[in-house]
Design a protein. Structure first.
Lengths: 304, 264
């Protein structure tokens, strides 16, 4: 079996409103697959469907060879989950959290105890073993949640926005750990709305919007397929006027958002030469990235 | 508004996977065990001594026993009712909604049915503890010497199962903690007054006696009171049946409502 998770035409609606709309994807064993989307795109609902916590209105789903939701329980034996919101047991110590969680998988206390040092080491929490949860920092709680998801030595790990709310140091440590897991051959499915996170970690990505997959490829594939390779961001006073008069001449495609004009170009040189002679404006020249793809596919308007 | 789906109405599927969840609740409790046990002991002592001596000295004997003994039987029942109700409503809601403990558990090979069963059994365990504490007080105060009072222990468990299950219906419906005020003010407190805890049901107007007869707490009191006097309760099967019926109804209803609530 080379496919860890297979979904075909998954559909789920609430009160007549499609939340997950014909989602099909196949996640290979050992790959890190990202589910990207703005808030409310249906990422969490998709994860809940895949875990068999809710039943789809229609569609097929198989997780680690088990039909879901019918055999979700058997599948979840081999799955680890890092939820979006921390739900560690605040009354317990770090070690007790792992112990109690392991029992839900039917593991014996001795088996869990034997795994504890390794899990604590992985989470950089060896020193915090007997500390209660409320005294941990946000980053420590996330790492513990990640360690907790590994207590049953899962084959696939679901991570719902694993670094939301963390400072850069804490994020980098989580990323490092996730790369270690991929190196160990674990399959990861992660949702995020951080493009740099997706670009760094994921082998393949699906961009989800309004419950539909609007694109699916490797990060580089997405950039190559959907967007011009170079971006010049032009900003400063009078940028709107400048864009109106000149942007179309130099850029295949441009967008003005607030005080910035985003110019997407194949070759940036003519535009840069023009801008150098145009004193009032400043600019930033960079290669196109996933965020450009994301904004192109899902639009710039605010999602709340 | 979440629609109801047919799958919400299927019967609860029971398994032994509730055990690790029960153990989790127990481990949390163990950390505050001393305070908790002290509370379970102090509460009935204060009520029995306060009301029993104070009010009891003004009253004639009720059915051949002192008011203290009369009240003690009621105290076992309402004490266990309260324990299970508080656990199922406030603590249960905290685990489901506030701390999201349920969410964490449901990501493992455990189902909602297991989680709800564990809630009921845990709340009933708290009732059992509370019942044993009251029984200890009864023995210490010498209010009864009958070995039949040992039957109060399984009764406490049954009352716990009953009120935990019924209470979870409220937990499943609650938007927040304030909601529970309705249940305690409109259900639990009237039940305490209508079901013969503090005075005999026969003192009530006939219409209210009919109401009392369908309330679960009355049936618990009807079992407990004869036991205190060393007598076997008449119609015990009826009383056990009613309490079990409420327990099963509550389990099923709360299960349906939790499935609906958590299907989002």
């Amino acid at each position: 079996m080379t496919v860890a998770l297979f979904a075909k035409n998954l559909y789920k609606s609430y009160a007549g409103q499609a939340v997950v709309d014909n989602v099909s994807l196949a996640i290979r064993k050992g790959e890190c697959f990202g589910l990207l989307g703005p808030n409310g795109a249906g990422k969490t609902t998709t994860l809940r469907l895949m875990l068999g916590l809710i039943a789809p209105d229609s569609g097929e789903l198989s997780l680690l060879g088990h039909t879901v939701p019918q055999h979700a329980r058997e599948a979840r034996l081999r799955v680890g989950v890092v939820p979006q919101m921390d739900n560690l047991d605040p009354d317990f110590t770090v070690a007790e959290n792992l112990l109690v969680y392991g029992r839900y998988f039917g593991l014996g206390d001795a088996a869990i105890e034997a795994r504890l040092p390794e899990l604590l080491e992985f989470a950089n929490l060896a020193q915090k073993r007997d500390v209660k949860i409320p005294t941990l920092s946000g980053g420590m709680k996330r790492r513990l949640t990640l360690a907790r998801a590994l207590v049953n030595a899962p084959d696939i790990i679901f991570l719902d926005e694993p670094t939301t709310g963390l400072d850069p140091q804490a994020r980098h440590l989580i990323w490092q750990r996730l790369r270690e897991l991929t190196a160990q051959g674990k399959t990861l499915l992660l949702t995020t709305h951080f493009m740099d996170e997706a670009e760094r970690l994921c082998h393949r990505l699906a961009i989800l919007d309004h419950g539909r997959i609007v694109a699916q490829d490797s990060p580089h594939g997405l950039i190559a397929k959907h967007i011009e390779p170079q971006v010049v961001e032009v900003f400063g006073e009078g940028v709107a006027l400048w864009a109106q008069e000149h942007a179309a001449h130099y850029a295949k495609r441009f967008e003005v958002s607030g005080e910035t004009a985003f110019c997407y170009v194949g070759d940036a040189q003519p535009l840069l030469a023009h801008l150098q002679g145009y004193g009032a404006l400043r600019y930033l020249y960079r290669p196109a990235n996933l965020e450009d793809v994301f904004l192109k596919l899902t639009g710039r308007e605010l999602r709340e | 508004m979440v629609e109801m789906s047919k799958s919400h109405f299927s019967l609860p599927r029971l398994s032994l996977r509730f055990i690790p969840i029960w153990r989790r609740h127990f481990l949390v409790w163990r950390k505050v065990a001393a305070t908790s046990i002290l509370g379970h002991l102090a509460d009935p002592i204060i009520y029995l001594l306060g009301l029993g001596y104070g009010l009891g000295s003004l009253l004639p004997e009720l059915g051949g026993t002192s008011y203290m003994v009369f009240l003690a039987a009621g105290t076992v029942c309402y004490g266990t009712m309260n324990s299970a109700s508080f656990e199922a409503l406030y603590s249960g809601f905290s685990r489901m909604h506030e701390q999201r403990t349920w969410d964490a558990i449901l990501n493992t090979p455990v189902t909602l049915d297991d989680v709800v069963l564990a809630e009921i059994l845990w709340a009933a365990s708290k009732s059992l503890l509370s019942g044993m504490a009251v029984l200890l007080v009864i023995w210490l105060l010498g209010l009864s010497h009958s070995p039949l009072t040992l039957w109060l222990i399984p009764l406490a468990l049954l009352v716990g199962l009953c009120f935990a299950s019924v209470g979870l219906i409220m937990t499943a419906l609650a938007p927040g903690y304030d909601f529970f005020m309705y249940y305690f003010t409109l259900v639990i407190t009237p039940m305490m007054l209508l079901c013969g805890v503090f005075f005999p049901v026969a003192q009530l107007p006939p219409a209210w006696q009919t109401v009392s007869a369908i309330l679960p707490l009355s049936h618990a009191v009807d079992i407990a009171r004869p036991l205190m006097n060393g007598a076997l309760p008449p119609d015990v099967l009826l009383h056990v049946g009613v309490l079990s019926g409420y327990a099963m109804f509550g389990f099923y209803m709360s299960m349906v409502l939790f499935r609906r609530r958590l299907s989002k």
